[in-house]
Design a protein around this ligand. Structure first.
Ligand code: ADP
Length: 479
């Protein structure tokens, strides 16, 4: 089976969030199911620099106004197709924003171009390789389903996966003419969204199948509370919607072999974690005492409930806990956390920025990870926490609800508890959960049992890849 994956980021070439982890891990997990997945990704400078050897396999004289090429490359087990379109992608900044953090004004064109290139590959552009199915991720690639639907490729199954419904790619109606689609595409059955052009909306309307990254989030996005205005459409398509929880790359995230941590360890040798805890204490200038260290590795945004952390920080310190935060994002939230750090030197430490190696040390050295997200399609950091004996304390929503088993009395005595969940998702909800966390902390046997249960959870891609493979097969049986 041949699948084209279209994604705006893919680990380890380029990453801003969980999408990259999924796009990078899924092809490798699917190989074991006899599925050959190639991944089309934009040729940002970071991507071009990391690829040692590339081979041109196709050219576009005019891809939405720019010359472009498709380059093929292999990278760490991935079969990559790069959209080399310097006019769109060879620029400073991140994948979506300039160096000052502002969205590029032509993002609609850049990602429509990515989607159109994916469509042409589906049509047979590449010599000797045509996909049976196209799998597009998030709004940046969702237009692939739209182009396929309106340019004569209705017969090839398409999938749009929603990693976060909050990002929809909505643009003014004036861009429609430059998308080079027939007029019928700008209707409610296609791209039209409250008078605007909705990239994700169009993808959700036209894809054969829609997936999202956990069963709970799949239910949530059918409600006004989580549907972000798309709940009507998603309800309409409920029969074609599935939630498949993400796995993690258990080779990259393996406490027994992780090169980014101070000392490797395993479920049977949790005592060795102490060296990582010590390294974390030094890195964040924390005092050494017997209270638990809570870490946060996150975008610092309202979605992630970082304002709740800022609100509860003093309380955590008063109760003997410590906070180590790694992240960047909203300036107001960064400021609130920095203020907490200066109020509580030695008890609250913060590193602003993106730091992959440090994110590993935090999972290996902290005692628990706090994830108070207001919504969370899947979430990956709780999965890393489970694997590293860093107990997840999570809001009961989306994938967090699906992957962490709350340490209530019943779960504790059945020996299945892997973390703590809380609701309502606010400061009081978090404090309630933290009271239980502190109690468990003072009973080392219970704490170790929760750690061990977590480390036994299957967070690999094994099960999820099988579910994607089933979905692909069922779509092909409808062709
Ligand atoms: P989202 O994709 O919504 O940001 P996820 O939990 O799905 O959230 O994925 C976030 C990914 O990004 C995880 O792999 C996490 O470890 C990583 N991450 C987030 N912030 C940082 C940071 N400041 N430094 C290093 N890694 C980070």
């Amino acid at each position: 089976m041949k699948i084209l994956s279209v994604a705006s980021e893919v680990f380890p070439l380029i990453k801003t969030g969980g999408l990259a982890d999924v796009a990078g891990a899924l092809p490798i997990a699917l190989a074991g199911h006899g599925i050959h997945m190639r991944t089309l990704v934009p040729g940002y400078p970071a991507v071009m620099q990391r690829l040692a050897k590339t081979e041109p396999v196709a050219t576009f004289e005019d891809l939405l106004g720019e010359p472009a090429r498709i380059l093929a490359a292999k990278h760490e087990g991935l079969d990559i197709l790069v959209l080399d379109a310097p006019g769109f992608f060879d620029r400073q900044g991140g994948p979506y924003t300039d160096a000052t953090g502002k969205d590029f004004v032509d993002n609609w064109q850049r990602f429509a171009a990515l989607s159109l290139a994916g469509t042409e590959i589906a049509r047979g552009l590449l010599p000797g390789w045509q996909p049976d199915i196209v799998h597009a991720h998030d709004w940046q690639a969702a237009m692939t389903a739209v182009y396929m639907r309106y340019t004569g490729l209705r017969h090839i199954p398409s999938i749009v996966t929603v990693h976060n419904l909050a990002f929809q790619g909505q643009f003014g109606p004036e861009i429609f003419a430059d998308l080079r689609l027939p007029a019928e595409a700008f209707t409610v059955d296609g791209l039209e969204y409250y008078g605007d052009v909705g990239f994700l909306k169009g993808g959700l309307r036209t894809a054969w199948s829609i997936t999202t990254v956990s069963p709970t989030y799949a239910h949530e996005i059918m409600t006004p509370e989580y549907g972000m205005g798309l709940e009507g459409l998603i309800n309409d398509r409920a029969a074609d919607l599935v939630g498949i929880v993400n796995g993690i790359d258990t080779a990259v995230w393996d406490p027994q072999t992780d090169a980014h941590i101070a000392r490797p360890f395993a479920a049977g040798s949790l005592k060795k974690r102490a060296a990582n805890r010590q390294a974390l204490i030094e890195r964040f200038n924390l005092v050494e005492d017997d209270g638990p260290i809570f870490c946060i590795v996150s975008r610092l945004t309202w979605q992630k409930g970082i304002d709740i952390i800022a609100e509860v920080a003093d309380w955590i310190v008063q109760h003997g806990g410590k906070l180590a935060v790694l992240g960047s994002g909203d300036q107001g939230l960064e400021g609130a956390l920095l203020a907490a750090a200066s109020r509580h030197r030695g008890h609250v430490g913060i590193v602003i920025g993106y730091n992959e190696p440090l994110s590993h040390l935090m999972q290996a050295g902290a005692d628990a990870i706090l994830i108070p997200s207001r919504f969370e399609p899947c979430g990956l950091t709780q999965l890393y926490g489970l694997r590293y004996g860093c107990i997840p304390v999570v809001a009961r929503t989306g994938g967090l609800a699906d992957t962490v088993i709350d340490a209530n009395e019943a779960a504790l005595s059945a020996r299945v508890a892997t973390g703590f969940q809380f609701t309502p998702i606010n400061a009081e909800g978090l404090r309630q959960a933290l009271r239980r966390v502190f109690r468990a902390w003072h009973e080392p046997k219970i704490w170790a049992r929760i750690q061990n249960q977590g480390m036994k959870s299957d967070v690999s891609w094994e099960n999820s890849a099988a579910r994607y493979a089933d979905l692909y097969s069922s779509l092909l049986s409808r062709v």
